[in-house]
Design a protein around this ligand. Structure first.
Ligand SMILES: NC(=O)c1ccc[n+]([C@@H]2O[C@H](COP(=O)([O-])OP(=O)(O)OC[C@H]3O[C@@H](n4cnc5c(N)ncnc54)[C@H](OP(=O)(O)O)[C@@H]3O)[C@@H](O)[C@H]2O)c1
Length: 317
């Protein structure tokens, strides 16, 4: 664990001077770390485009952001439901029509610990469909615009990558045989992380400028468990959230904001950024320890092929 480049306090938004003229896209930004990331970016003068599924909540989030950061901040939203590939395609079209520059696409939205197996409209197990396949397609559809902007993709992972199967269950991607709310969430977060490291390699091989960074928010007080998980997990997390083990949603946003804004001369693409304190749940933001299965490139290559087939999209790489 290391905060070498940022001192004892780790990375904080104080390092950002001005983001005037920069545009950031954040998925799932009407609550939790996504909302806090939007707020921090706006406070530094950036334009923020939220990609959210819920119109009413998005309007309320925009009102709140304007109350907090000033009526003149540049924040808007485009509707996108990651559980529907057609919605992702439509949102990407809207982005390409309305957002000429993308300095970073922050893949932040997620569902977690859904108590019983659920399917997306396209027939994917819901965690994998929303957290991985939806973002996989979105990133692919926006890559040319990000590349033209010399931009970045930031993948918000989770320490869960190391709490489940520790590999991809290719023989039963929908978990028909062994559905388990925690393992299935962890599977989707591992898939997201593996996708990011594989994408880096593909971009490099093609001489592209786009950077891809991987981070996680530690354990943060957000609506993640409250919104998707079952009663037992909601009670457990509700109790944990009252202990000093868990940090604020604002602190949870720091790693993704860092990955979106910090100099690429300082960041390392193969790193895994997040809180470096106890259990990597909270503490100064820097480079975290990561277990090798997250960068098993054989599994990552197989996942890439499977993902292209499932979402019916071939990347231009
Ligand atoms: N909080 C933690 O302790 C923790 C730990 C490890 C990793 N993470 C990761 O941190 C990221 C942010 O989560 P959070 O903790 O801030 O949770 P959160 O407050 O629940 O935020 C998640 C966001 O994702 C959105 N979302 C869910 N399903 C969606 C869909 N189908 N289409 C579009 N947006 C969708 C939600 O929208 P709605 O408002 O419409 O529900 C919400 O805005 C996630 O990637 C999560 O895996 C969090």
């Amino acid at each position: 664990m290391s905060t070498t480049n940022f001192g004892k306090r780790g990375w904080t938004p104080e390092r950002i001077t001005s983001l005037k003229g920069k545009t950031y896209l954040i998925t799932g930004a009407n609550s939790g770390t996504g909302f806090e990331a939007a707020r921090i970016l706006l406070s530094k003068g950036a334009d923020v485009v939220m990609l959210n599924r819920n119109i009413k909540k998005s309007e309320a989030a925009i009102d709140k952001l304007k109350r907090l950061e000033g009526a003149d901040v540049c924040v808007r939203f485009i509707q996108m439901d990651l559980s529907s590939l057609s919605s992702v395609r439509k949102a990407a079209e809207d982005v390409l029509a309305k957002v000429p520059q993308i300095d970073a696409l922050m893949c932040n939205a997620a569902i977690a610990q859904v108590p019983k197996q659920e399917m997306t409209t396209d027939g994917f197990e819901s965690h994998l469909g929303v957290n991985h396949y939806g973002h996989f397609l979105l990133c692919g559809l926006l890559l040319d615009r990000i590349e033209a902007s010399s931009g970045r993709i930031v993948v918000v992972g989770s320490e869960g990558y190391n709490m489940g199967l520790k590999t991809i269950q290719f023989e039963d991607m929908n978990w028909d045989g062994n559905y388990n709310p925690m393992n299935t969430y962890c599977h989707s977060k591992l898939a997201q992380i593996m996708f990011a490291y594989k994408l880096q390699d593909k971009l490099k091989a093609q001489g592209k400028r786009t950077k891809v960074y991987v981070c996680h928010p530690g354990a943060s007080t957000t609506s993640l468990i409250k919104n998707s998980a079952g009663l037992r997990d909601r009670i457990i997390f509700g109790i944990m959230a009252r202990t000093p083990l868990v940090q604020s949603a604002e602190k949870g946003a720091y790693p993704e904001v860092m990955c979106a804004t910090e100099s690429s001369e300082i960041l390392n693409e193969k790193a895994y950024y997040g809180p470096t304190g106890l259990m990597q749940w909270k503490g100064p933001v820097g480079e975290c320890r990561q277990e090798p299965h997250a960068q098993d490139m054989e599994v990552a290559s197989k996942l890439w092929e499977r993902s292209e087939k499932e979402v019916n999209f071939k990347w231009n790489l």
